[in-house]
Design a protein around this ligand. Structure first.
Ligand code: DON
Length: 319
């Protein structure tokens, strides 16, 4: 099957227009800063592996990256430790439970399941080398996100303060992980790094560049920089496919055909290996904490193209 860039652009425009009037969902209300973001913001961004960009709507608005940052830091520890150690120290499994589940840790106390839920993401922050040095760890986290996006993120101070003042559940998770020897650095320092990375402001354009870097086997198509080894790309895509939408991931994969990761800031980032990265941004969320319009627009786009990860090996893009 051959797809032209014009066909991709047209599918994106149609999907965007169709989903624009969609209502439903509410902004994340457990983080005060996010509750007050304009719920009508809506952006769709696609970056092809050749570097072609398709942007519609609010793709330059800086929103809270939140849980999408779990993917970036998973990549960082995969780079630092290798795929096998990450599997042993954290895991690569779905929990089937909400992103902030304490029950999931109690059930699987031998590992925190995956770096893409809160427990595993805090554990991942604890692993970032050099351990013991919060500033140096933070510099690594931000540099890695910058390399993946092709441009730097910016800390949203107000979001960071809002989240730090209300993250009691995550504090409990951090100490519980310490109890099970699954925190590999100071627990509160690891939590602070996690909270800070969630509070980074990012644009839909930057997230589609990250997704395109994963789709392109680790080389950022915008900067040409080799950010990670090609062998890690299928590892990170499999993590996303297994748990990107938490307890609704199976339904998402079944209906959309694309591995994607969400954040409570309203961002969704999807990876089509070898083809493109896609991201959508719209703040109102469903009950599982995933952007309502973000999911709808990516699904509509995929359906219009008539492709999915389980058939993408037959697809080539021509100009
Ligand atoms: O830890 C939290 O609760 C937030 N900083 C991030 C949660 C999140 O984005 C879940 N994803 N949909």
């Amino acid at each position: 099957m051959k797809l032209t860039i014009d066909q991709i652009r047209q599918a994106a425009q149609e999907a965007y227009q169709e989903v624009l009037p969609l209502t439903g969902g509410v902004n994340a209300h457990y983080i005060p800063f996010l509750a007050n973001i304009d719920p009508n913001l809506f952006g769709l961004s696609i970056t092809l592996v050749d570097g072609t960009k398709i942007n519609l709507g609010d793709t330059k608005y800086k929103f809270g990256i939140e849980s999408v940052s779990k993917v970036h830091t998973a990549i960082l520890i995969l780079k630092q430790y290798g795929a096998e150690k990450v599997l042993k120290m954290i895991g690569a499994d779905a929990t089937g439970l909400p992103f902030n589940s304490i029950f999931a840790i109690l059930l699987e106390k031998d590992h925190p399941s995956t770096p893409l839920v809160n427990a595993g993401a805090i554990s991942a922050c604890s692993m970032v080398i050099p351990t013991g040095d919060s500033n140096a760890k933070w510099a690594e986290i931000v540099q890695n996100i910058t390399d993946l996006c092709g441009s730097a993120p910016e800390l949203l101070e107000e979001l960071y303060e809002s989240e730090s003042a209300t993250n009691f559940n995550n504090r409990a998770i951090s100490w519980l992980l310490k109890n099970y020897n699954r925190i590999y650095d100071d627990p509160m320092m690891s939590l602070d790094l996690y909270t800070r990375q969630c509070s980074l402001g990012i644009t839909a354009e930057q997230l589609s560049a990250t997704a395109a870097t994963i789709a392109n086997g680790g080389t950022n198509p915008l900067t040409g920089k080799a950010v990670f080894e090609p062998s890690l790309a299928p590892k990170i895509t499999s993590l996303i496919a297994a748990v990107g939408f938490y307890q609704t991931t199976g339904d998402w994969m079944y209906t959309s055909g694309i591995p994607a990761k969400s954040g409570v800031g309203g961002g969704v980032m999807g990876v089509m290996p070898g083809l493109f990265g896609i991201s959508a941004f719209a703040p109102p969320l469903d009950d599982a904490g995933n952007s309502v319009k973000g999911q709808a627009v990516i699904k509509a786009f995929m359906q219009k193209l008539g492709i999915g990860i389980f058939q993408s090996q037959d697809v080539t893009i021509v100009s």
